[in-house]
Every structure is written in structure tokens, then in C-alpha cells.
Design a protein around this ligand. Sequence first.
Ligand SMILES: Nc1ncnc2c1ncn2[C@@H]1O[C@H](COP(=O)(O)OP(=O)(O)OP(=O)(O)O)[C@@H](O)[C@H]1O
Length: 256
Amino acid sequence: MITFNNVRFTYGNGFSLKIDDLKVIKGDIVSIIGPNGAGKSTLIKILSGILRNYKGEILLNHSDLKNYSYKELSKNIAVVPQEFNTSFDYDLESIVSTSRIPFSKRINFFESEQDRRIIDEALQTVGLISYKNKPFSSLSGGEKQKVMIARAIAQQTPILLLDEFSSHLDPGYTQSLLKLVKEMVIKEKKTVLAVFHDVNNAALFSDKLIVMKDGAIRYSGTPADVLNESIMHEIFDMEAYIIKHPVKKVPQILFK
Ligand SMILES: Nc1ncnc2c1ncn2[C@@H]1O[C@H](COP(=O)(O)OP(=O)(O)OP(=O)(O)O)[C@@H](O)[C@H]1O
């Protein structure tokens, strides 16, 4: 369970994040939508421990987030970031293997047999096992994103933070990955907080949606609660038709 109480954060350039009350319940898939610059990634970075100088309280399983060491946090939360730059040209296996460092009992990290199996399975899951000794820089944008997803899978955490994790993926792969993550979440009772620009995918993938604008949560609820013409107009300044998915019955938007 994740709880935000009166959280405030500013970069010092005028933007401020104000999250008065946010609860994410274990096993839920919650997605954040909102226009560019709304503060979606900032919220993800605060929860993942990258930005620590916030005011207010964030509880992770009833303990203050600030009391978690990076190692403990990494055992609880895996992140697929929006941007991924590596300074060195590691091969895929090495990049995915960094997910196992929090589980090492030694100061120097040596992968165990079990770690190697978990890393291979994760690369297999995203379809890149045959590339495992290739340099990361030789991959396409979508393939790099798959490596970051494999890394998060191999971290085997109860919570996944996904910041536009499907933005570089083709539609077929996006569909299969959303399905895979959803199955994994249900089977392993994981909790997901995801950021989406694709509102239709967010509605299909999520139990709940959070709508952010100007650093604050404006609306939250089920996709049916928040995906309507008036909220889409207010938040995105867009004209949309709302239709119902023929099978899943969740709302989907069409440009007018
Ligand atoms: N490192 C930073 N230093 C200063 N300002 C920042 C920094 N990162 C983000 N910002 C500013 O904070 C605001 C919120 O940014 P954030 O990346 O959280 O938005 P977002 O909702 O994820 O946007 P997008 O949909 O474009 O990815 C923006 O105005 C952005 O310019």
C-alpha cells in the first residue's frame, strides 16, 4: 500500500507538485494521465527515491519512505523510467543483472545461479534472450525499452512504477506487453503505478485512473468515472467522442 499525505515538492523553477491525498492499494493497477508538464514523472521520481527533498508524508507499507535505504527500496519498487541513458556500453545481460544487486549479501556483486536464471527468464519474456550479449547501444528505442522492462521484471518487486513504458513500442508489442504485465500483476499480486499518454491504453490496462494537471490531482476514479468529454476538454483542451470498448466495456476516446 502506498499513501501520499500532503506531499509538496518544487524544483525551484516555479513548478510545484501538490499531492494532498493519494492511496494505491495492493494489487491495483493505477495509471496517471495528464498533459505534458503536469508532474506525472515527478511523482514517479519521488516515489522511486530519486527526488527525496519533498515535504509531507509518503508511506510505503505503513513505513515512511524516507526511512527506506536505497537497497530496501529497490527490493520493493522497480522502475521502468521514461528515459534511459547508460554511460557505459554494457551488454543486455549486464544491464538486466543490475536488478539483482539489492538481493546480494556481499559487498561485491556476483550473480548466483538463481540470479542468472531470473535474468534469462526476464530477457526471454521480452523476447530478447538471443540478444543478451549484444551492446545496449546497438538496440532500437523499442528494444532498449524492452531491456528496461526485463530489468524491472527481474527485480521481482511487489511494486512496479512504469513511466510511459510502452511509448517506444509498436502497437502489437504494446498490446502483448500490457497483457503480460496485467497477467503478472494478477498472478503475483503486484501493485502498479503507471504513466500513460495513450488514454485508451490507460483505460484498458488500469483499475483506476488519476488525472493530473499543473502539479495536482484533478480527478481520480475508474476509467468510466473520469473518461468523459468534459474532463478530456478541461484537462487536455481536446474535443473527443467517448465510445465504449465493444468487449471490455471501458470508455475509449476518439478525436472529434
Ligand atoms: N530536473 C528538473 N529540473 C527543473 N524542472 C524540472 C525538472 N524535471 C521536470 N521539471 C519541470 O517540472 C514540471 C513537471 O515535469 P514532469 O516531467 O513531472 O511532467 P510530466 O507530466 O511527466 O510531463 P511529460 O508528459 O511531458 O513527460 C515541468 O514543468 C518540467 O519542466
